[in-house]
Design a protein around this ligand. Structure first.
Ligand code: GLN
Length: 194
């Protein structure tokens, strides 16, 4: 793939979008922070970072992000981590809240309990027919509680699905951008290149 021409957007509303940019840089892929819907036209894929999903919803309401993001996902790859995954999921509980419903999964916010705010764990990642270990960082993470039929499971941890893909949409309940392992970002860059 000619990654030299690929430009990946980092949704810069709130959260740790800069860390995703560093991962892409390590892969030799260019990225730019996207702060207005009209900037979506100039990118080939978009990373929807973690943060606080209720805050993200307010910002998305204020700046009319809902329709442009749905249109974008119909044409180009989108990768949501943690709060980004919550916004992309079809169903959200604890408490219920609106979402873009771009991948057929349900998620439970803070699904690993409030007492364990964050934890690191080694999970398994299936990429290109091979299963390998992957370090995973969970921060007040949502738990995937249902995976629809058309959804491909890509990673598991503690028996839970923690990474999944449907068509152009990739989601992870953990934060690959907070580890040294580039495998998940490489996978997304490959999706963008296809
Ligand atoms: N707990 C947050 C939420 O529900 C997500 C946390 C994160 O993105 N690290 O929005």
């Amino acid at each position: 793939m000619d990654t030299a021409k690929t430009m990946i957007g980092l949704l810069g509303l709130q959260g740790d979008y800069a860390a995703h940019g560093k991962m892409l840089e390590a892969l030799g892929v260019e990225s730019r922070v996207v702060k207005k819907p009209e900037q979506l036209a100039a990118i080939d894929g978009l990373i929807f970072p973690g943060g606080e999903s209720t805050t993200l919803i307010k910002l998305m309401d204020s700046w009319d992000w809902w329709a442009p993001l749905k249109d974008f996902a119909a044409a180009k790859p989108l990768f949501g981590t943690c709060a980004g995954m919550i916004l992309l999921a079809k169903g959200v509980s604890n408490p219920p809240q609106k979402s873009l419903a771009l991948i057929d999964i349900d998620v439970e916010r803070n699904g690993y309990g409030r007492q364990i705010d964050s934890f690191e764990e080694t999970g398994s990642f299936d990429a290109n027919g091979q299963t390998r270990e992957l370090p995973m960082v969970f921060i007040r993470a949502p738990r995937i509680s249902r995976v629809g039929e058309g959804v491909e499971v890509l990673a598991k941890c503690r028996g839970d699905v923690v990474m999944a893909k449907q068509a152009n949409v990739l989601v992870a309940s953990f934060h690959p951008e907070l580890t040294d392992d580039l495998a998940v970002h490489r996978h997304f860059v490959e999706m963008v290149g296809q």
